[in-house]
Design a protein. Sequence first.
Length: 150
Amino acid sequence: MSESTASTRASEPGRYLTFRLDGEIYGVPILDIREIIEVQEISPVPLSSPWVRGVINLRGRVLPVVDPKIRFGLAPVEPSDLTVIIVLQASGGRPFGMLVDEVLEVQRPTLSDASEPPDLATDHQEFLAGFGRVRDQLVFLLDPSSLHVH
C-alpha cells in the first residue's frame, strides 16, 4: 500500500475491529474482515516464513494463518480460550487468517482520532496504517495487506 493510500485509509471514519496482541490494542478495517473463527489445528508448512504458522482447512479451502506477534518480533501467540483467527482479505489480495490473543469490539474512530503513523525507527512501521484512540487508549491501526502471505 502506498504511503498516501495508507494515511488516507487510516484517516477515513470507517469502523475497525479491535483486538489484543501482547497487551496492546490493534485494529483492522472491518471491510477487510471475512469472518472470525475459533482456533483449530494449524498444519505447519515446511520452509515458510517464521511468522506463517501454517495452514488450516476452512470449509474445504486451504487458508494460510499468520502470527502478527512473530512478524512484529514478539513471542508467538499462545492459544487460550480467548484466542481466535480473524480471516482477512485486503482489497485485491487472497484471504488469510491472523491469530490474535483476544477480540475486543468494533470501533469507529473519528477523523481527529486517527492519524498518520509517525516516522518510527522500528520495523513495525511498515505494518501500520495509523493510530487511533479508544477511551483514552492508543490503538495501532494495521494495514492488513502488509501482513498477507505473498
